[in-house]
Each structure stands twice: as C-alpha cells, then as structure tokens.
Design a protein around this ligand. Sequence first.
Ligand code: DAH
Length: 334
Amino acid sequence: MSFLNEIEPLKLAALAELRAAADLPALEQSKGAWIGPVGKFTALMKQLGSLSKEEKPAAGKLINQAKVEIETVLAERRAELEIKAALPKEPTDFSLPGRRRTLGKLHPLTQVTEDIIRCFRKIGFAVADGPEIEDEYHCFDALNTPADHPARDAQDTFYLGTPARPLLRTHTSSVQIRAMKSRPPPIRIIVPGRVYRRDNADATHNPTFHQIEGLYVDKGVTVSDLKGTVEFVFKQLLGDDVKLRFRPHYFSYTEPSFEIDFSNALVKKLGKDWLEIAGCGMVHPQVFENVGYDPEQWSGWAFGFGIERIAMIRYGINDIRLFYENDARFLKQF
Ligand code: DAH
C-alpha cells in the first residue's frame, strides 16, 4: 500500500476508537495509542521524512487534515465524557431528607410560630391560610362587626381603595370565615399569619405583626375545652408554671367572649403580675348563620393571639421593633 493510501483508513480507525471510548481514562489511552509519541498515527507522520520531494506536499497536507480531524473528535468526546463523569452514578432519590442548613438560622418569630404549630398539631389541629389583602365582608361583616364599629374606622385599618374597599386584614379572624365557608363542620384549625393596623411604631406596637387564630367547631364543644387547650399549649410554650386567667370581654364574633391573662416567672421578671395575651370566646351563632353552619347543631370556640407578644415574653425582649430590623447582632442570639 502506498503511503497516501494508508492515511485515510488509519484516520478512520482512530476516529472510531476515540468515539467508542467509554470513559475518560479509556479515551486518554486511545489518544496515546494513536497520536502519542509512540502512537500509530505519529508513526505514519514520521514516515513523511522519507518521502520524495514530489510526494511530500500532497502527503503532508493530507496528514495534517487527518490530524486536525482526530484532535477535533478527541476534544468532542472528552467534553461528552466529562459531562457523563459529573452526573450522579445513582438515580437521585428525592424522598431522602434534605441537607442540613449550613448557613444562618430561623428568625425568632419563625421559631416561635413553628413551636406553636407543633403544639397544636399534637392535639389534632391543621394549619389553614388566607389572603392578607382582604375585603370588608371576611374581615368584618361576616364576623358580625357592624359598619359603625371603631375597628372599621380608616384610623385603624389600612384601606387600599374604593369602592370595593379592599383592605389589609386587621386580624387573622377573617380566615375563620373562609375556612368555614369552604368545608362542612367539624373543623379544627390554626391560622398563623401577618396582620396590619394603623398603629404608629413604638416599643410594643408596629403597623404589621403576626397572629395565630384558632377555631374548633364540633358537636358539644364548651368553654372548658377552650381553657384546657389554651392551657396545654401555653404550658408547652412558656413552662409548667404558667397560670391563666379568663376575663369577660367583648368581641362581636364570640359570645361569651374573654381576654386571657397569663402569669409566670417570666411575667414577674417584667415587673408585672399578669399580661394580657389573647382574645377568645364561643363562636357567635350569627357567625355560624353567616357561613351556613346550623348553630343549633354545632358549637365552637375561637381565639387569636399575637406571636410577637409570646416571643417577647419568652425571650425577655422589650422592643417589638427589634424583630423587624434584622440586625444580625440581635438575630444571632436565638
Ligand atoms: N381578632 C382579635 C384581635 O385581633 C382576637 C380574637 C378575639 C380572635 C376573639 C378570636 C376571638 O378568634 O374569638 O384582637
């Protein structure tokens, strides 16, 4: 076979072998076997020197073209195999637990919220959710709060426009209505969420804060169920020395209504005997009528409390604004 006729078959064999390399080491080995210092193709190139003057130019051109082709295929195959090598060997199992967080930690309000949710889950409560941009119906009317009630005053509520009067919910109680309208009784939910009021920021008030609403509707539910539940949760959250006191109060959506005061060593530390911590009561029959539940058949209780308040007691924090400033020196302490 003449020299020129050897180039093409040798090149094709080299290309086929490189393309068939199963992994990167195999590819490197083939590379050496063809174009390494003692490679088969290198050997052919070395023969170029022994050709006659007339043969050299054509043979040199052909051999260089072949070498470029081999190097191109080598680079392509290397890129493919590098991607293959980077892929996981086993199929990904998405049911495995996630990696631990390596950076940062949860905000103290998130920690307290998750603790509260965990307590209520233990006794069969599910978490429900509702929109922060509400309407007057869910926030007030359906909760039996009349149009002339001070809570509806533009001084207290952020209204977003007219005439439909959308607003930023002033409490999570609006979700009671949404939850009851969306499913038949019995119902046992808590609703953590952000609420808005036109308070000027000071040490204990902020225009936005967080509440947890609770709602339990079933047959024969009584105030003692309410007391037992609240006591269980607060003891879990703030310690076994917790004492609770129910004071008569007025809310338009409950009858009777109460405010819950709370006392323990942490409260004493703040220089007080009792701290008001929640509003609650037995769901008003008119509210049941409004959502289509039969008040003769069902009874229930509801409560709402502020999450910041509980976090402040738990951690001995005296300024609510610290929660929103996100100063790392503050956050690192929890
Ligand atoms: N919505 C009340 C507030 O924001 C708290 C509250 C009181 C919620 C009584 C209730 C309840 O569910 O029954 O101050």
